[in-house]
Write a protein that binds this ligand. Structure first.
Ligand SMILES: [Zn+2]
Ligand SMILES: [Zn+2]
Ligand SMILES: [Zn+2]
Length: 172
């Protein structure tokens, strides 16, 4: 599998852009199926349903909300099963967990080994995943200088997207 990923529609999507989100979901689903197939894992109905719920919007989803949404689709799924499913999706790189929000977000590039770098809008709650290449390079440099092995370099940047800035201009 190539490590260089061509940009998907989501990469160029501004926050709050009206778009046919079912295309995003379809694209994500196809990638998820490929990833599972290549890893010899089964993309079961439950895994797919949980995955689709995480992808319902470009917003992080909390496990608790996901469980109540799931309950409307199928009954009798124990919370532990949902958490196991989320763990599975996370381990496959299909979803990211945003630690500061304790919520999950679908990944548009599951085939590419990467650390999650996120822009999180506090206004509309949408999140975009970007690769901050300069940041990664700085970390590599620090690793070298300090002879320190970084295992995790997730970046969660909170703020207001362009649209929310225009809707809520600073009061002073
Ligand atoms: Zn979308
Ligand atoms: Zn990702
Ligand atoms: Zn916003």
């Amino acid at each position: 599998m190539a490590t260089d990923i061509s940009k998907t529609a989501i990469d160029t999507l501004d926050f709050g852009t009206e778009h046919n989100h079912s295309l995003c979901i379809n694209e994500a689903l196809q990638l998820a199926k490929q990833v599972c197939e290549q890893g010899g894992e089964r993309f079961t109905d439950l895994r797919q349903q949980v995955f689709e719920l995480v992808w319902a919007e470009h917003k992080p989803v909390k496990a608790y909300d996901l469980m109540s949404d799931l309950a409307s689709k199928r009954s009798g799924v124990a919370p532990a099963t949902v958490y196991r499913t989320l763990d599975f999706l996370q381990a496959q790189g299909l979803v990211h967990k945003l630690e500061s929000l304790n919520a999950y977000l679908g990944c548009a590039h599951p085939q590419k080994e990467h650390q999650g770098h996120f822009l999180i809008c506090e206004g509309c709650e949408e999140v975009r995943e970007l690769e901050f290449a300069a940041f990664s390079q700085s970390v590599r440099k620090v690793e070298k200088e300090q002879r320190f092995k970084v295992k995790q370099m997730t970046v969660e940047l909170f703020g207001l997207c362009n649209r929310c800035q225009q809707e809520n201009p600073p009061s002073n």
